[in-house]
Design a protein around this ligand. Structure first.
Ligand code: ZN
Length: 435
């Protein structure tokens, strides 16, 4: 059985990853039972070597194994060896399968079990990938350059631009037709003379390769675990595509994952439908109408706010202190009004007044404005105010704004600005109320 280990080394990278690193080494590794029988999930084995791991666990080498190690785009199996959880399975430099367990089982003859759900999932995804890749060659003349089997989604990278909606549709439809035709999937060894039969032949000088064959559809060199019949894949669902450098990536899920994905999306849709109290088919039109309503309400709210600001400003101006004949409105607005600072300042200025406004939000906001015909430069007032709130700001002489961290000093900042403006206007009427 040692030749099997060698063959596997030859083809692992050729099949499902983009590189062709070949390791034609002689070694005396374990017998890999999953190569001939991927449905076998329980086995007896002998521990031939123990290697301590830095995390306190131990790596076990067995004389035979059903555990698939991470390779060729397919993640490792999990399970138990003599009751101890197998947390990782990988290949060492010699190409032997190394099983990571958290604790040494303490015996040499062990009983081991591979996790059924995870193995079945990987078989569905990996066989689905072979089938999908072959379909992309058949319909698009695009050969898969790499494959990724993730915890949630799978993907293949194809050369060229993103696919058109009709192309995606055609690929998905054709791939699923082949799934439902229930074609056999079998493994065989192929000598170099027969490599012409392969969709993607390995480089020369490799020897015989392990080939996974989907009846009258695809032959690919591969060492992964696969279903025995395409019907076991269940369903291939394309999820999304994205550009990745010079190529494109096609995301998909197969089998039980596809069912899970469908259930998850249905749940999300039901949440939305409940919120909108409409039929699922009406979601898009209902959302469009809500957006339209929101736009109208926003517009109405803005106009009401402007109206309200103008009316308040009229009151403020009527009771404002007049310095050298000019009404000066010094006001600290509520935090929620920070966005209306500008509207209020404009209203004051439009009615011939001088606005020295502040708003306390996360920061202390300052906005000073006056009519342009006034010989007033508000920049010194802003500078004086900013020293109180540890702030910065600027703007043209008739309209300046700034902000600072010291929100609690906003009162003092406005008082300082008022003092500067009073001085500039040639009046020192310090006893005046700010209304
Ligand atoms: Zn493969």
């Amino acid at each position: 059985m040692r030749w099997r280990a060698m063959i596997r080394r030859e083809v692992v990278v050729a099949a499902c990853s983009s590189t062709y690193t070949l390791a034609m080494m002689e070694h005396s590794c374990e017998t890999r039972l999953y190569l001939d029988d991927p449905d076998r999930l329980e086995f007896e084995a002998r521990i031939v070597e123990r290697r301590p791991l830095p995390d306190g666990g131990v790596a076990l080498l067995l004389d035979r194994t059903c555990f698939y190690p991470t390779s060729g785009g397919q993640p490792h199996d999990t399970g138990r060896i003599e009751g101890e959880p197998v947390v990782d399975v990988r290949e060492d430099e010699a190409g032997c399968v190394v099983h990571h367990v958290t604790r040494d089982p303490g015996v040499d003859q062990v009983h081991a079990v591979v996790d059924r759900e995870r193995r079945r999932d990987h078989m569905q995804q990996h066989s689905g990938q072979h089938l999908l890749s072959a379909t992309c060659v058949e319909l698009l003349q695009r050969e898969t350059v790499s494959f990724h089997l993730g915890a949630e989604r799978c993907s293949i990278d194809l050369p060229g631009a993103l696919l058109q909606a009709e192309e995606l549709d055609a690929v998905e439809r054709r791939a699923n037709e082949v799934v439902w035709q229930g074609r056999s999937v079998r493994v065989r060894s192929l000598a170099p003379d027969d490599w012409k039969l392969l969709r993607k032949p390995p480089p020369p000088g490799v020897g015989s390769v392990r080939v996974v064959e989907i009846e009258a559809w695809d032959r690919s060199p591969c060492c992964g675990t696969h279903v025995g019949n395409t019907s076991e894949i269940g369903l291939i669902k394309l999820l999304a595509q994205e550009r990745v450098r010079e190529s494109m990536r096609l995301h998909f899920v197969c089998g039980h994952r596809a069912l899970r994905e469908f259930s998850r999306r249905l749940e999300r849709q039901e949440e939305v439908v409940r919120e909108l109290t409409c039929h699922p088919d009406e979601v898009a039109s209902r959302v469009a109408r809500l957006k339209e309503d929101a736009r109208a309400w926003r517009k109405e709210a803005e106009s009401l706010r402007a109206e309200f600001a103008a009316s308040r400003v009229r009151e403020w101006l009527a009771s404002a202190t007049r310095i050298a004949g000019h009404a000066v409105v010094v006001r600290e607005l509520q935090a929620s009004e920070a966005s209306t600072l500008q509207m209020v300042a404009e209203a004051v200025r439009a009615q011939g007044g001088i606005a020295l406004l502040g708003a306390a939000g996360e920061k202390a906001h300052l906005l000073f404005a006056c009519p342009e015909e006034l010989a007033l430069d508000l920049r010194p007032a802003l500078k004086a105010a900013c020293t109180h709130v540890q702030g910065r700001g600027g703007g043209p002489p008739h309209r300046v704004q700034g902000a600072g961290q010291e929100v609690q000093n906003l009162d003092a900042a406005l008082a300082a600005a008022r003092a500067v403006v009073t001085e500039q206007l040639g009046s020192f009427d310090k006893g005046a109320s700010t209304a």
